[in-house]
Ligand binder design. Structure first.
Ligand SMILES: Cc1cc2nc3c(=O)[nH]c(=O)nc-3n(C[C@H](O)[C@H](O)[C@H](O)COP(=O)(O)O)c2cc1C
Length: 273
């Protein structure tokens, strides 16, 4: 009897709530109820076009000196897909959280105004998930605080992005492409016109983080500055107040750069003559 009454009440409540409560709030409540620490995910969770990324690693096998010495702009790629773990690590390196009181990030930011948004365009069958399926193709925005991706635009965007980037072949051959946009007002509100310079400096920091993390993971990237700003923005589905600043394809490299200390010594020696 009690359980029948409970069933009727909860049915009525769910019908009422679906009529009265906006779906966004319902979705948020559902996520709260099903919350699990990212550590227990062992990978990813997909629902409502949200991809919870695996927790990034805070240790690695490559020292910062080795990454600096081996970093190169690489435009030749293998056809192998990326893994969600690799993509997660790259995104965290670009703009992930490293401090929990103010939400400071891997990238320094003038007055901690954080004007950048990081997007990733995922190509079809290009990012392998833990269960050997692939991340849905499309563009996603990275949400640093939740270390999660939110789908912005579904579909194979590779050719459009390639054309918007002046047909640079490496955009087409990549597996995923990071696009960094900026909302200038977040920084100019505080610093006036000088804030524009700060935003440009900051995107360089984020770009270098991506370069070094990619190198440490034995992945390839190249910083791309030559593209049609508004076209790239439209391809990724970003709003008009966001300005596209950097495009960085990610893939497995067809070659790797390596130098020895002896080679460096010899080079420096010659320049001291
Ligand atoms: C602001 C900026 C814009 C760039 N734009 C492009 C580009 O549009 N296409 C490209 O292939 N490389 C681009 N590059 C990469 C440079 O060509 C590359 O960094 C340079 O040749 C030095 O090689 P390295 O990065 O291997 O040291 C750009 C680099 C920077 C910093």
């Amino acid at each position: 009897m009690v359980s029948r009454r409970f069933f009727v009440i909860s049915l009525l409540l769910s019908i009422l709530s679906s009529m009265l409560i906006p779906p966004a709030i319902l979705g948020y409540a559902r996520r709260l109820l099903t919350f699990r620490s990212p550590d227990t995910y062992g990978g990813y969770a997909i629902g409502d076009d949200i991809v919870d990324l695996p927790l990034p690693s805070l240790t690695g096998l490559v020292s910062v000196e080795e990454a600096l010495a081996s970093r190169r702009s690489i435009r030749e790629y293998l056809p192998d897909p990326l893994t969600i773990v690799e993509l997660s690590q790259i995104l965290w390196a670009s703009y992930g959280v490293t401090e929990f009181r103010y939400g400071f990030k891997t990238t320094p930011s003038a007055g901690a105004t954080y004007p950048l948004n990081v997007y990733v365009v995922v190509y079809p069958r290009s990012v392998v998930l833990g269960n050997l399926s692939y991340l849905t193709e499309g563009s996603y925005i990275y949400i640093p605080e939740a270390h999660r991706l939110k789908l912005v635009k579904r579909g194979d965007l590779s050719r459009e992005l390639y054309k918007a980037c002046l047909e640079q072949e490496w955009i087409l051959r990549a597996k995923a492409v990071i696009v960094i946009t900026a909302i200038y007002e977040r920084t100019t509100r505080r610093y006036g016109d000088r804030g524009v310079r700060y935003v440009w400096i900051e995107v360089g920091h984020a770009g270098q983080n991506i370069y070094l993390q990619a190198t440490a993971l034995q992945l390839a990237t190249v910083a791309i500055g030559a593209f049609h700003d508004n076209w790239v923005r439209e391809v990724i589905g970003a709003p008009v107040n966001e300005h596209t600043l950097y495009v960085m394809p990610i893939a497995k490299p067809a070659w790797r750069h390596k130098i020895t200390r002896e080679q460096l010594a010899s080079y420096i020696g010659k320049h001291r003559l």
